[in-house]
Design a protein around this ligand. Structure first.
Ligand code: SAM
Length: 343
């Protein structure tokens, strides 16, 4: 007999937590809402171990139980066609962007890459393709990726109420920057903002959608990313806020214009501090300066670079905050420094 308790809808969560805490919740069957003439209630499945009552409700028999799909891990999917040694190298994590799965597969499993891709698509039936990731490289921060299985590498990723159209083999999308994208979405209200390394709109789009600045001037040097930026401006209906510019931000960053400047780049960001500081209004403004830096220099080098650049332009700096965004590589952090620059 399949056991269950029936509880009033409004008591549902409370009862679920009680049977969960009592280790009586049967998570192989669905919790479901039932409607009768008189009433509607929730049926919460409980295990065989439940006695006459569970969570302060009488235990009754559940008719036509609905079972939850058992989710197999990737290793479980592959156990019949992989040796124990190979299973040890099977990826334990992957990223899903829109309807595309992005996975890193060690070289030792090269011959079995398509079996892994097939298993991942079975695990994520709503996805259309599996792409193998080999990392990000170059000034344009482009991913090295290979389509393993499925149809197409272009997708629309929805995040925090924003749409990001992209070809995952052509442009990067860092899941590690999620919190920073959300933080940027809360800033810029009523301001003029310059985003010097906009990419497909990682910061500009959430900021435009959620904070509606007066204007965002968004600069991108890579024509492929720029094309997706224009698509994303249209998709998120922020044409009235974002002005996209395709070109080198060291040449196209306007001077004495901005209340806030975003420098979402890594590796050589400090080369662009002069145009960034010159972009701020003389009355002062905020700089969000990103850098990848050895952990032991994270609290000194980026800040010193900002101060030195500002001094060379006769400006003063107040370091507001240094935030860790993510571990970039062994011993190296991706940080962002918020600084107020003024005369
Ligand atoms: C790493 S991506 C953007 C990352 C984004 N801020 C984030 O954190 O998710 C940096 C972008 O800057 C662009 N870029 C690199 N050098 C540039 C330059 N001199 N002027 C404008 N864009 C540039 C690259 O093409 C790339 O799309």
């Amino acid at each position: 007999m399949y056991k269950t308790i029936r509880v009033p809808i409004e008591k549902g969560e409370e009862a679920r937590l009680e049977v969960l805490t009592a280790d009586l919740l049967d998570n192989t069957r669905k919790i479901r809402k039932l409607q009768t003439w008189e009433d509607s209630f929730l049926e919460i499945p409980v295990t065989e171990a439940a006695g006459e009552r569970a969570g302060n409700y009488p235990v009754v028999e559940q008719k036509d139980p609905e079972f939850l799909q058992k989710t197999f891990s990737l290793k479980e999917y592959l156990k019949d066609s992989f040796s124990e040694a190979e299973l040890a190298y099977v990826p334990s994590g992957w990223q899903i962007l829109g309807d595309i799965i992005i996975v890193s597969i060690p070289e030792s499993l090269d011959e079995k890459k398509h079996l892994i891709a097939k298993a991942l698509l079975s695990m994520h039936p709503k996805c259309k393709s599996v792409v193998r990731d080999f990392g990000i490289e170059g000034q344009f921060r482009q991913p090295k990726r290979e389509l393993l299985l499925g149809s197409g590498t272009e997708t629309i990723h929805k995040e925090h109420g924003c749409f990001f159209k992209q070809d995952v083999t052509k442009v990067m999308y860092s899941k590690g920057n999620l919190e920073e994208r959300k933080r940027m979405s809360r800033l810029g209200k009523g301001e003029v903002v310059v985003d010097m390394f906009v990419g497909i709109g990682y910061f500009s789009i959430p900021m435009a959608v959620h904070s509606r600045p007066r204007k965002i001037i968004s600069i991108e040097i890579n024509p492929e990313s720029f094309a997706y930026l224009k698509e994303n401006i249209r998709l998120n209906r922020v044409e009235d806020i974002i002005t996209p510019i395709c070109g080198d931000c060291s040449k196209f960053t306007p001077e004495e214009t901005a209340d806030r400047v975003l420098m979402g780049y890594v590796g050589t960001t400090h080369y662009y501090l002069e145009p960034a500081i010159k972009a701020l209004k003389n009355s002062g403004g905020i700089l969000h300066y990103h850098e990848t830096v050895p952990e032991n220099l994270a609290k000194t080098r980026p800040q010193e670079r900002i101060k030195k650049a500002a001094e060379s332009l006769g400006k003063k700096v107040e370091i507001l905050e240094t935030r860790r965004i993510k571990k970039y590589s062994p011993g190296v952090l991706h940080v962002v420094v918020d600084a107020r620059v003024f005369e």
